[in-house]
Ligand binder design. Structure first.
Ligand SMILES: Nc1ncnc2c1ncn2[C@@H]1O[C@H](COP(=O)(O)OP(=O)(O)OP(=O)(O)O)[C@@H](O)[C@H]1O
Length: 260
């Protein structure tokens, strides 16, 4: 997929249609500084891929965006909602931002459809029938219309992850966060999850994605951010970061993963 099909970002000046703004975020666990002054803006329709060595702070940054972790300082905004403000309800944040994790945390005693309707009924207060219709639409969107009545144990890892994506999409999020959604899957099953993510890119979904799948990053991303030791070392279009990075650290990182 070319960047042209990845949304309208190329036609706009960067920063003209910001959806997510991260300002000077710092986070430590004990004496370990995990995020050091991280600032970035993601425009509507953009697909930002976060890469970096293990422990560089990628997951922590996603967790701060979704208020699963509190920042020590700095601010994060989704449009005009200050995510990091103490008075902001984390449930409002999670209602507007969908998240897909590496661990596929479906309820094992519920069917695929029920896993999707649960949030719609409990959080959105939808009635059963409306939630069911909505869930079936989203399961269809991820190619699982025929598995709505299956239980997680009857599904492959890739199918379970797609139910997780359908569950997040059902809440009609403005932003989707993906934290290594394919790293627990075999290559074949990864591909079916990546295909769904690529379809979301084409639909214009704004996404922040932590992934080791450089094929997705090259094809789907509008921007790549390279984090190392909690700092943004470099950020730019995929072709620049992959082929002609400004920083030696970035070049070394991409070189190292080429030999994985
Ligand atoms: N809840 C926590 N308590 C203590 N330390 C944590 C916690 N979460 C993360 N860390 C530490 O913060 C650092 C950054 O972790 P993080 O998971 O954000 O990195 P990452 O770039 O996503 O790594 P990976 O690619 O291995 O998932 C690591 O040293 C990790 O051990």
């Amino acid at each position: 997929m070319s960047r042209e099909t990845a949304g309208t970002a190329d036609d706009r000046e960067p920063g003209t249609d910001p959806l997510l703004r991260i300002e000077d975020v710092r986070k430590s666990y004990g004496s370990e500084e995990v995020l050091r002054d991280v600032s970035m803006t993601v425009d509507r329709g953009d697909v930002e891929v976060l890469v970096g060595p293990s422990g560089s702070g990628k997951s922590t940054l996603l967790q701060c965006i979704n208020r699963l972790t509190e920042v020590d300082s700095g601010r994060i905004f989704l449009e005009d909602l200050e995510i990091t403000a103490p008075e902001t309800d984390p449930n409002e944040v999670r209602g507007r931002i969908g998240m897909v994790f590496q661990d596929i945390n479906l309820f094992t005693h519920l069917t695929a459809r029920k896993n999707v309707t649960l949030g719609l009924e409990k959080v959105r207060g939808m009635d059963r029938e409306e939630a069911r219709l909505r869930a079936d639409e989203e399961l269809d969107r991820v190619g699982l219309a025929d598995q709505a009545d299956s239980y997680p144990a009857q599904l492959s890892g890739g199918q379970k992850q797609r139910v997780g994506i359908a569950r997040a999409l059902a809440m009609d999020p403005e932003l989707m966060l993906f934290d290594e959604p394919t790293s627990a899957l075999d290559p074949e099953l990864s591909n079916e999850v990546l295909a769904v993510m690529e379809q979301l890119v084409e639909e214009g979904m704004t996404m922040v994605v932590v992934t080791h799948e450089m094929r997705f990053a090259r094809g789907g991303a509008t921007g790549i951010t390279f984090l190392d030791e909690g700092e943004i070392v470099e950020r730019g279009p995929p072709e620049t970061l992959f082929e002609n990075p400004d920083h030696e650290r970035t070049a070394r990182f991409f070189e190292s993963i080429r030999h994985d």
